[in-house]
Design a protein around this ligand. Structure first.
Ligand SMILES: [Zn+2]
Ligand SMILES: [Zn+2]
Length: 114
């Protein structure tokens, strides 16, 4: 590491370099060098690395699926509640059996068609 002692910081020509950036290979002083993931890199490379690392994570938080899910759940609750109220409001004549047989044949026909 004799070469390192003769090197000067890339940003501060008056200062001696204490480390070499593993990313760009330039020499930097204590002030300019930093450690990232146990690797010694310079500040500009750290910015690059941090930017590259943060890019995929830094997506705009999309709240629409949550809102749509919540809204859909509320709509489903409302629909089922309404259907429940309608079923409760049905007259007793519905329970003579004929309506349910008709419904059953309808659904079975739909299942066989595709
Ligand atoms: Zn660098
Ligand atoms: Zn420096």
């Amino acid at each position: 590491m004799a070469a390192l002692a003769s090197q000067r910081c890339l940003n501060h020509s008056a200062r001696e370099a204490i480390a070499r950036c593993l990313e760009c290979g330039s020499f930097f002083c204590r002030e300019c060098i930093t450690e990232h993931d146990e690797r010694v890199i310079c500040a500009s490379c750290l910015k690059k690395v941090a930017h590259a690392a943060a890019k995929p994570v830094r997506r705009r938080l999309n709240a629409w699926p949550v809102l749509q899910g919540t809204g859909g759940l509320m709509i489903a609750c409302f629909v089922f509640y309404t259907i429940g109220r309608m079923l409760l409001a049905l007259p007793d004549s519905v329970h003579d059996g004929s309506l349910w047989e008709m419904d059953y044949s309808d659904t079975s026909a739909e299942e066989e068609s595709p």
